[in-house]
Design a protein around this ligand. Structure first.
Ligand SMILES: [Zn+2]
Ligand SMILES: [Zn+2]
Length: 234
């Protein structure tokens, strides 16, 4: 089996993260991962990117953590893929299989359109969406918002949800699993890791290597992805 982190932040672009893309790449390689998806917070959440710059420049800054991770990954033999964690009404959506140019070309969709218009367009144009930790409760989440008909899968194991360290509760993952089952949605796992010190073995195992995000989607849909679940329930 191959091991991947699917939900990861870098300090270049996520204001709440404290390790750089290169540090994250090295630390995940050391912990036996075959690859990582860098999913920094978009501008509707905890971002380091100033609001008052031209759009293209903002996107260039947004992609820095990913690019630094990818550069390091190429040196050390770790696959690094791009993703986006996009936030609306307290819901966090992981968008995969899009790239920097697509973000540059879609300011209106990303910033002004109705969220379901964005989700539909992402999915119509080769991207896919996983709703992250749908039942997390936190100060930054005003209410639980679910998008069962606009996502491809549900993050049913989020390590950050379950750790006493983060004030999380394992029942949030239990609810996410029940929700996914109720709607017949596939389930994924991710750590939502924000620093090298937090790496605790979350993510997914796959029977084949992931060479592109499409490979990951195919394995999500055919049920061959295993969720790494080492939640601590204390
Ligand atoms: Zn964060
Ligand atoms: Zn996250």
């Amino acid at each position: 089996m191959y091991k991947y982190e699917t939900h990861l932040h870098t300090s270049e672009s996520s204001a709440c993260a404290s390790s750089t893309g290169a540090e994250m790449a090295r630390a995940h390689k050391e912990r036996g991962y075959d690859g990582i998806f860098v999913t920094d917070h978009f501008f509707n959440s905890s971002t380091t990117v100033p609001q008052d710059l031209p759009w293209e420049q903002r996107i260039d800054l947004y992609c820095k953590g990913y690019e630094n991770a990818r550069e390091e990954g190429a040196k050390i033999g770790l696959a690094v893929f791009f993703g986006v964690e996009w936030t609306i009404n307290g819901a966090d959506l992981l968008i995969y299989n899009k790239d920097k140019q697509w973000l540059k070309d879609n300011e209106y969709l990303l910033m002004n359109a109705r969220e379901t218009e964005l989700f539909d367009e992402v999915r119509k144009t080769g991207g896919f969406i996983v709703q992250a930790h749908p039942f997390r409760e936190a100060d930054y989440i005003p209410h639980i918002s679910l998008y069962p008909h606009h996502v491809d899968a549900v993050e049913a194991v989020n390590l950050r949800n379950s750790k006493p360290l983060f004030g999380g509760s394992a029942v949030w993952n239990d609810r996410a699993r029940a929700y996914a089952e109720s709607y017949g949605l596939p389930q994924t796992g991710g750590s939502d890791v924000h620093s090298v010190g937090e790496i605790a073995g979350g993510g997914v195992l796959t029977p084949e290597p992931i060479r592109s995000p499409e490979d990951y989607l195919r394995m999500i849909l055919n049920g061959s992805v295993k969720l790494l679940n080492n939640e601590r329930r204390t």
